[in-house]
Write a protein that binds this ligand. Structure first.
Ligand code: NAD
Ligand code: MG
Length: 391
């Protein structure tokens, strides 16, 4: 029996995780669920999964949830605030933490889980983008098992040799290919891009996801963040990682070996597949995902990414090459810009402008500790807000 803490249980990854968990009551027991402010949904999840702890980041939402839990006679301790997220991530009775909070808010609890030696199912890619060396060092030091949930990284994890030790060349790997759908604006005339709305940006052709990652997919910043994520997860240099646009999202990524073999992982675009793989690893379990019908897919297309159309991808490569605090600043500026776009304060094309201005304005420092990362994050957020004010 695996005992789970699910951080961000009300989100797209969180609800897909609970969907898989519900199919295997003999294997998984939910100890803790957490969410930002959605008390209604968290209450329904509490009633179904009966965790010992439920955390609401928002204090008022926690009061509401506590009342409903009490009225329903459920024996659940309701906690609130950011410290409670870390608290449930390191509980002795928890062995596996699903890190599915969106954005920088996921960093501290995910790092806490790594330091406590938990098995980590990592959806929150921002943790690695911001603090890759600090996080990977914590994973190594504690002996945590780290399972990537991001579909591309999960695919690569599945197609690398089992027990991969962080040495690509030593394992006969020439490079890693990350596939990208290209999002909803892959073929839109460039002249129309400045007018696109948040609704259009969030209407992903293949995947149903939270709003932030949907906008990131539309700008291809998501792929940029994933290049940085792959760098840390697989100890791959920036030149070992190639992005290939594959609009059907059937091949979730590939590994190319020196003998000319390319191994790929394919499936329907449904996050329950990588989630089930992470949950049951090294075994495999039913995920509820329909089998892929290759005859229905019929055609698969591939093309090189257009860095002119998707400047965010180029900015992410630039930040990875600059190293140090640059990826944390890229991530922070992107979070602020995406929030402003979703709030209709700036246009879609202003997202890369804000990020570029922040990267140009701020010095890159070395990262020795979490504090270095948090300082860079805070400074980049301030610089991004200033830039937005000037637009
Ligand atoms: P989402 O917006 O649907 O859900 C986010 C979850 O985090 C919710 O439960 C929300 O309550 C919680 N949350 C939000 N802000 C918070 C805060 N400040 N403090 C604590 N909790 C907070 O997001 P999602 O699409 O499920 O994505 C979650 C993570 O997984 C992201 O890092 C994303 O990049 C990654 N990911 C998602 C997908 C996908 O298909 N959705 C695929 C790959 C990777
Ligand atoms: Mg992905």
């Amino acid at each position: 029996m695996q005992h789970l803490a699910i951080l961000g249980s009300t989100g797209s990854i969180g609800t897909s995780t609970l969907d898989v968990v519900a199919r295997h009551p003999d294997r998984f027991r939910v100890i803790a669920l957490t969410a930002n402010s959605q008390a209604d949904l968290l209450f329904r999840q509490c009633a179904q999964f009966k965790p010992r702890y439920a955390v609401m980041l928002d204090e008022e939402a926690a009061v509401q949830l506590r009342q409903r839990v009490c009225e329903a006679g459920l024996a659940i301790e309701v906690l609130s605030g950011a410290a409670a997220l870390e608290q449930v991530s390191v509980l002795p009775e928890v062995d596996t933490v699903m890190a599915a909070i969106v954005g920088a808010a996921g960093l501290r609890p995910t790092l806490a889980a790594a330091r406590a030696g938990k098995k980590i199912l990592l959806a929150n890619k921002e943790t690695l983008v911001m603090a890759g060396n600090v996080f990977m060092e914590a994973v190594r030091a504690s002996g945590s098992a780290l399972l990537p949930i991001d579909s591309e990284h999960n695919a690569i994890f599945q197609t690398l040799p089992r027990g991969y030790d962080g040495d690509l060349a030593g394992n006969g790997v020439r490079r890693i290919l990350l596939t990208a759908s290209g999002g909803p604006f892959l073929n839109m005339p460039l002249s129309e891009l400045h007018n696109v709305t948040p609704e259009q940006a969030c209407a992903h052709p293949n995947w149903s996801m939270g709003k932030k990652i949907s906008v990131d997919s539309a700008s291809m910043m998501n792929k940029g963040l994933e290049v940085i994520e792959a760098h840390w997860l697989f100890n791959a240099s920036v030149d070992d990682i190639q992005v290939v646009v594959h609009p059907q999202s059937v091949i979730h990524s590939l590994v190319e070996y020196v003998d000319g073999s390319m191994l790929a992982q394919l499936g329907n675009p449904d996050m329950r597949t990588p989630i089930a793989y992470g949950l049951a690893w090294p075994e495999r379990i039913d995920s509820g995902v329909a089998p892929l019908d290759l005859c229905k897919v019929a055609t698969m297309n591939f093309e090189a990414p257009d860095f002119g159309r998707f400047p965010c991808l180029a900015l992410a490569y630039q930040a990875l090459r600059a190293a140090g605090t640059a990826p944390a600043m890229l991530n922070a500026a992107n979070e602020v810009a995406v929030a402003a776009f979703l709030d209709k304060q700036i246009s879609f094309l202003s997202i890369p402008r804000v990020i570029e201005a922040v990267l140009d304005a701020l010095p890159v420092n070395a990262v020795g500790s979490l504090d270095d990362v948090l300082a860079a994050d805070a400074e980049a957020r301030r610089a991004a807000q200033r830039k937005i004010g000037q637009l």
